[in-house]
Design a protein around this ligand. Sequence first.
Ligand SMILES: NC(=O)c1ccc[n+]([C@@H]2O[C@H](COP(=O)([O-])OP(=O)(O)OC[C@H]3O[C@@H](n4cnc5c(N)ncnc54)[C@H](O)[C@@H]3O)[C@@H](O)[C@H]2O)c1
Ligand SMILES: [Zn+2]
Ligand SMILES: [Zn+2]
Length: 338
Amino acid sequence: MKGPGEFVLEDQARPVPREGEVLLKVLRVGVCGTDLHAFEGTQPFFTYPRILGHELAVEVAEIPAAARGAAAGFKEGDVVSVLPYLRCGSCISCRQGKPNCCTTLKCLGVHVDGGMREYIALPAFYLVPAGKVGAEDISIVECFSIGFHGVRRANPRPGEAALVVGAGPIGIGVIHGLKERGAKVIVMDISGERLAYARDIARADYIINAKTTDAEKAVADLTGGENPPTVFDATGNAAQMMKAFNLVSSGGTVVFVGLVRADISFQDPLLHAKEITLMASRNATKEDFAHVIAGMESGRVNTKGFVTHTAAMEETIGEFASWTKPETRCMKAVVKIA
Ligand SMILES: NC(=O)c1ccc[n+]([C@@H]2O[C@H](COP(=O)([O-])OP(=O)(O)OC[C@H]3O[C@@H](n4cnc5c(N)ncnc54)[C@H](O)[C@@H]3O)[C@@H](O)[C@H]2O)c1
Ligand SMILES: [Zn+2]
Ligand SMILES: [Zn+2]
């Protein structure tokens, strides 16, 4: 991507792995909101030119002798997932086991060149085994891991009610993460189509269309007037995020998985009266990736119909713009490389 709206397909030399790096053949690349905003030129801090691609399914092409130790457990030909968040390994977050919010974190395809190319070389550390999961599903592991991470932070108890506001790709990941933990999942959105997907495929227990019903009343009614102990925002809509405190139970937890570049405000008495815990959730870790992959392998995390659009690299240039348009009804687009 040379600049907003401007893709080119060009030949580059095959990357040569540096010390500790492995060479990866890229199979599939998922496209998400970040990529679409970069294309529209509405992603602040995004710099061009940039090779996009952080949702990767790759095949291990070459493990040089210098990377054998770091790549223990992997062999050439393995089809794997990639943790795309390059971390420093020594800052305070990294030392506390939170590389997902490394103080100098660089995400592939955002801050440094990513995977929309035939080969990429990366330190072996970033490989995540994907078992028997196929390449297309591997390309959506990162997307679902974002939701699984938010769920792991909130740590809901089995059988408890949890509310997910927003059933886009990120919200669907949250729902799958909650179902893996045995939660009773209530989903709220303003799109009937996305709510139907949440119920039929992601196994949401209840759906609420906030466009046609009094959503706050519906949430209260479903929980005996008490509201759910955990509420996840996956809309990134500031006005909706500010309503999250109304939707959570007393003593409950609100997790902002959705993010917005704006001020969020709330009334302190509401926060205090309910003694609410407010959490942000950023990116994901290898542990979250492993949980998503295990769920996919078992079949519990059903990916049916999640990928709505696929295109080869050559076709992507012409089709990319259409994926940003609501009428395309794109849930997830995936670029086929090899
Ligand atoms: N935490 C992270 O690391 C991380 C990573 C990726 C994306 N995100 C954020 O997650 C959010 C969701 O991403 P996405 O790709 O699923 O976006 P999306 O726009 O595809 O989905 C958002 C969903 O929320 C629904 N929605 C919007 N306003 C609503 C309202 N007022 N009430 C109910 N539903 C409403 C929409 O209908 C849509 O289905 C974004 O803010 C994105 O930036 C966070
Ligand atoms: Zn993404
Ligand atoms: Zn760090």
